[in-house]
Design a protein around this ligand. Structure first.
Ligand SMILES: *Cc1c(COP(=O)(O)O)cnc(C)c1O
Length: 432
């Protein structure tokens, strides 16, 4: 059954949930026919330049010949086998690469199917780690406000308590300890008082704390803030001092986005546990990984349960691993740092002047991420429609208009994105 464009959208609107969208009064969706490079082609014939990388995922653009080839070659071997009792080269190669390129000490790896699950796995590792040492009183999590770690229950419990989903699920969520969000930005001078309250919370709660979790350098969904690298150095120090595991959620920042391969590198620290996802497969399939130290893996394995209690059906899916290997190779075999720097310089030149605009509260850039924070919240339906008319795909939320385009974007295409942002900030109907 191949419905026409209008019927398809009507069916979609009636029957299919979209992320964070009402089913009674849904925001409009646009029907995609194909996508190639940085272009998303709609069924209506319009072509949009992609500013979102489909939520931090599409690193090398859509429909990439090398990634397509990796996927079809693997499909001709086998698309999936259970990971219980069986293993395969795509997973082995990917594990070897990730262990080599991630910060020192992370050399045990757990594959899962999405970012939220990678966070659940990280949290379960931390809890089992302490339980294995008969220290089950260390079962709470410490985090900062404005965080985002996914939509499953343990992940939700460390999302920002206000903008996250705490009110709705308050009765069932684990109670985490929240420190103030980091305030000093990456381009401001560091001040020691920034971590005073954090240090007090460590001191006060460490007997109960299993782990501290944070998105390194970039707080994404919780506000698109870029905070000072010294903050993570202090966190590393506090975690060591008070025997608390350090979980870095690099699901959005990993693999080059911020100008470093991993955002932890800004602070020259290694966490005890690291989560990866989003662009791991270059935006082809859902795949995530949780890495930990040998010490954590050994402690868990020597504990009462004698194994780690998790095992997704699609664990280490060969198609996903094969395309992840191809995507990471594509990244590493090019001068990706120069590429990110070029994008950064252009974003700085074209977005930062908007700071002076009366409707704009702040504009900031880090690596290939550009953010314009407006004074009023956006009207998503209206602004989305305008962006489509202007030939770009940018999906703002709250007061944040932000882009993180695929690395293959050309200067004129990137200018089209920044010009569209400059245009809409002048249009009152795009804001609430
Ligand atoms: C997107 C994201 C997640 C959740 O990943 P999903 O694949 O959507 O479950 C977790 N943490 C961070 C930092 C993210 O950006």
């Amino acid at each position: 059954m191949n419905k026409n464009h209008t019927d398809s959208l009507a069916f979609d609107r009636e029957h299919i949930w979209h992320p964070y969208t009402s089913m009674s009064d849904p925001l409009p969706s646009y029907l995609v026919e194909s996508a190639h490079g940085v272009n998303i082609n709609l069924a209506t014939g319009e072509t949009l330049i992609d500013g979102m990388s489909s939520w931090w995922s599409v690193l090398h653009g859509y429909n990439h010949p090398v990634l397509n080839q990796a996927l079809t070659a693997q499909a001709q071997q086998f698309s999936h086998v259970m990971f219980g009792g069986l293993t395969h080269q795509p997973a082995i190669a990917l594990a070897e690469t990730l262990i080599n390129i991630t910060p020192k000490g992370l050399d045990r790896i757990f594959f899962s199917d999405s970012g939220s699950v990678a966070v659940e796995v990280a949290i379960k590792m931390a809890l089992q780690y302490w339980q294995s040492q008969q220290r089950s009183e260390k079962h709470k999590l410490l985090t900062v406000r404005n965080g985002y770690h996914g939509d499953t229950f343990a992940a939700m419990s460390v999302c920002d308590p206000v903008t996250g989903m705490h009110q709705i699920f308050d009765n069932v969520l684990m109670k985490s300890v929240f420190a103030p969000a980091p305030r000093i930005t990456i381009d401001q001078p560091w001040q020691a008082h920034e971590t005073e309250q954090l240090a007090q919370l460590f001191e006060q709660h460490h007997h109960q704390l299993a782990a501290f979790i944070i998105e390194p350098i970039v707080q994404g969904t919780g506000g698109m803030h870029f905070y000072h690298p010294e903050y993570l150095k202090q966190v590393r120090h506090l975690c060591d001092k008070y025997q608390v595991l350090f979980i870095a959620d690099e699901i959005a920042t990993g693999l080059g986005r911020t100008g470093k391969l991993f955002a932890c590198e800004w602070s020259e620290i290694s966490p005890d546990i690291m989560c990866l996802g989003k662009t791991l497969t270059g935006g082809y399939l859902s795949l995530a990984a949780t890495l930990c130290t040998e010490h954590i893996a050994k402690t868990i394995s020597d504990g009462e349960a004698s194994c780690f209690m998790h095992g997704p059906t699609y664990m280490g899916n060969p198609l996903a691993c094969a395309v992840a290997n191809a995507s990471i190779n594509l990244l590493l075999e090019q001068d990706w740092q120069t590429r990110v720097k070029e994008i950064e310089l252009q974003l700085v030149a074209e977005l930062l002047p908007l700071k002076a605009h009366p409707q704009v509260n702040d504009a900031r850039v880090l690596g290939s991420i550009g953010v314009v924070e407006t004074n009023a919240a956006v009207n998503v339906a209206a602004i989305q429609k305008r962006f489509v008319e202007l030939g770009v795909w940018i999906r703002p939320f709250g007061k944040l208009i932000y882009i993180m385009p695929p690395l293959i974007i050309k200067p004129d295409q990137l200018s089209k994105l920044t010009q569209a942002i400059s245009t809409v900030v002048n249009e009152v109907e795009c804001f609430l």
